[in-house]
Design a protein around this ligand. Sequence first.
Ligand code: PLP
Length: 447
Amino acid sequence: PEAAREKAARAYELDRKHIFHSWSAQKSLNPMVITAAQGSYVWDGDGNRLLDFSSQMVNTNIGHQHPKVVAAIQRQAATLCTIGPAFVNDARSEAARLIAERTPGALDRVFFTNGGADAVEHAVRMARLHTGRSKVLARYRSYHGGTDTAVNLTGDPRRWPNDHGTAGVVHFFGPFLYRSQFHATTEAEESERALQHLEQTIVFEGPSTIAAIILESVPGTAGIMVPPPGYLAGVRELCDRYGIVFIADEVMAGFGRTGKWFAIEHGGDVVPDLITFAKGVNSGYVPLGGVAIAPHIAATFDDRPYPGGLTYSGHPLATAAAVATITAMAEEGIVENAAEMGEGVLGPGLRELADRHPCVGEVRGVGVFWALELVRDRATREPLAPYGGSSPAMTEAVAAAKAAGLLLFVNFNRLHVVPPCTISEAEAKEGLAILDHALTVADGHTV
Ligand code: PLP
């Protein structure tokens, strides 16, 4: 253990000296060392075990170090580590088949990317070329990635300092009853008025200028707002009426997170034109993302070359990991487990915590995809941290959870409970008990 601690200390020292971290002011960072991970747990530099209710960046849907995925990567590495995208490779072909079999409708062509942001970039490029239009509508309260187009589509403050290439991106409000933009009091009203607002936006922007509407089937980082019944079907209808490409961003919500292979399946039989995916497709064991493409969009590039590509498109190690991940998820009923844990344990458990803790304004989610909206005052719904910021209350609550052995995903005034889809009932209950303690800390900051 002493040698392990020294190794961790050395890693920390080199990190602070040489690593430039994402989305952060560099000087005051104090990143956590992780030395090992297994299933739902990670171990820090001091040898403490923590329950990973963040799934890192909400990507380890199959849990850490799943033996079948690790073995598949090892096998692929021993066989063929890398091959260019123009060649045929069995791991890539098989991954595409497994994905195509699970996408809704006939989205059975896959363009592989390195991650989620470039999947979004390529989906937008395809939509623009297919329609000959350039504008894209995207939601406020969304995250679509860190590259230029993806960050301009993003509806959160990370866009603000990057907002120099926005040409052609227009934001609109989606449904979010707890903080309704539309003075709605029921889900049905919220859905109807959000659709009216979207149609007005289309009409005033000029339908003939709009290539695509992009939205997360269930917005993730922005707050896990499961859309009210009818909303996604309504968006589909508007896209059909105005000749607009519907892009469903399933980077975070896809591959089991909501208890279905794709979150859009919760909206009935809505079929988007393009689906972007990443994260859960292979749980991030090797970077991978992609776009699933409907036949009429793919046909645009039957005779005309698609002007885009990547050196690592369909990388063998990444796609072999996807094959093993999807196969294991199917064989082991992991998507079903996510649904059951959500319905049977996490949902009821979180609602019970909300009943007892005045800091919880709302609990919402599905599957292993849950958000607690923390408030200073339940009556006014004043958030426990401002939009785009943090607060001592949030920092203390998160630190209390961590000290007691629980990692959470945090955004502004929200705690997200997003464990692996493989989580057991005992682990879920262990996490809920620690969360109970962290919420007590946050209660101290309510009015
Ligand atoms: N789209 C959504 C919905 C996401 O949640 C994310 C990442 O969190 C992205 C796109 C960007 O993915 P990546 O970080 O792999 O580029």
